[in-house]
Design a protein. Sequence first.
Length: 747
Amino acid sequence: MRQEKVTYCRICEPLCGMIATVDNDELISLRPDKQHPLSKGFACPKGIAFTEIVNDPDRVLHPLRRTPDGEFEQVSWDTALAEIGDRLRQVHRRHGSSGIGWYFGNPATFSTGHTLWTATFTNLLGTPHVYSAGSQDVNNRFVASHFLYGNPVAAPIPDINRVDLLVIMGANPVVSHGSVMSSPRIREGLNAITARGGRVLVIDPRHTETAREHEWLPIVPDTDALLLLSLLHVMFDEELADESRLRQQAAGLDTLKDIVAEYPPETTAARTDIDAGTVRALARSLVHTERAAVYGRIGTSLGRAGTLTTALLDMVNLVAGNLDVVGGAMFGDLGIPGQRAGVTALQHFSRFAWAGRRSRVGNLPQVLGTAPASVMAKEITTRGRGQLRALFVSAGNPVLSVPNGAELSSALDDLELMVSLDIYRNETNAHADYILPATTMYERGDFLLPFQALFTTPFKQATDPVISPRGEAREEWTVINELVAALSRRVPALGALHAMNTVSARVGRMWNPERLSDVVVRMGVGGNRFGLRRGGLTYRRLVRDEPHGVVVADGLAPGQLRDTIIHRDRKIHLDAPELLAEFDRLADAADPRLPLRLIGMREIRSENSWQHNAPMLLRGGREHAARMHPDDAEQRGIAEGDLVVVRSAHGHVELPATITDDIKPGVVAIPHGWGHNGSGGWTRANSAAANDLGSGGVNVNALISSDPGDLERLAGMANMTGVPIEVSLLDTAAPRPDASATLGAQT
């Protein structure tokens, strides 16, 4: 029987409403939900095409085990779990908890059970080897918030619905649809700013899809911190800032003033290529516009001093008077009593504090309990106590997403046990001993806890599964419960959790993601407070009575700052010694042999590496190319479509060139997520992005360093923007260059 089921997309942060057409428990199609209060009938191509992923014949639908000849054979869940449990206990017996690790990719964040069960398991296990896509994406946001507010999960977001001047740095929300900010229909939200007489200014090395619809101010890659320092310089130098207010809100103001005094826009212009007059005018506008905000994301995160840059974004909003006010950069809130105390307790009594564990290789800090993924390969191959010997990878493809994927690909074969939980065979789990089939988002229920405080309009939505799991797919949290049981006799903390799970199952009250989410819904804004608020929300009531979701407040509330700050003095700390030590990273790293600068870019029909197998997203052909400015191409004798070699100090890639005016001279943009090399079972991904050099595109992270000394020191983030490179025509008749010899003196 054909049914229409209300649900929502969980590919990226807007969480757009969707209507699933289901027939006999089969997903037939997806379309945007016109009744969704926020997305109002919008969905991007990736969301609409997800039917093809759910029904993809290349999906892993049964447990697979590696055979002696390197192929995979189907086995039962009982066999796979029994063998994994036995081998896991052997690894623990030989190496202890520190020999076991976990990597989870970006899609894990969009599954409550996946993230929370992984965090619980690894935390109770006590392993230092927990890795995530966050160290290629967002971890310095958490670290900057730790130093500024004492609260790593405090993330100010622009009040899109009420702002009159929005400055976007290193972000492309028309394509990304927002990041560390949930705002469906963000394109319309940006256009509404200008429609009401406001202004949207995009500061970016590339004339992005967002910049094409608004104002574009080109900037040299990885000089965002210098621009922000100059904005602060002008605000203090011209006495635009309200210092009385600032001293009430913040500590370390005099130190900040002394520092920014050294960065007048007349000095930084040579590095940023933004003239002083433009900087001074922008600083004045940010102060004098009643409702203004500066917002930055990936482009401001992936430089050599990404944590400092992220902190400076907040400092500019603070000094301009635009932090924690209507129309500025505001703080979302779960609305749960005791949140401040809860965050404090989490940091003091768990392994999620920044000042806690550090990596064995590189001595780099953990961020929210995760270590830098860039050192994962070296943690596998570096002998000694704490060496990583067994690795679980869930919803991730780090061979394509971390720097120096070839290094990791080789290291994975050195493990004693590797287990993948995924929907596809990919370049990473090609090395696995077992691949376990996971559900897609439409085969599970959800209420996404991590994004509740990031909605620009406070909103709640929960969903049941719209179809049963395909084949033998299982949710990750159920598999993690089996791992808890497997190690319950060897790790006391896991033994206690297993005992609790056993008792709960016997009385029919098994702890699961829905029960946990129900507690949050009941305690949060609009919740029924366990019966104390008549008519309030519960998880079931959301699914049954508000399937399209419900807006729980008209807008973000100002005045959250004091309760957001965890520091004892309830002030923002502007002078953390760790941040001050990062200023030496702002020195110019020019190399005449590598005169160009590499940046990444997101594509509208890609989500990292895992959606390249959907036919709808491959329509019209996909050629993976390096985008160059005509001036740079002409200087090197490169024409449209020519095959080129892109070299850095760490490696090289070969791909076609695309010549475009939509990029600043001296800059080259290459989309990430490609490099499918025939590994794994996804046939279309391996043949997509075809060119004369082959198929599957190239892995741009071959140009990025995984050396611990090259990682950002405070968050362990990989340096993926502003990377020095050179581009030259590929001589197809000559032998291919050896990547290991590329500028070897520098590596």
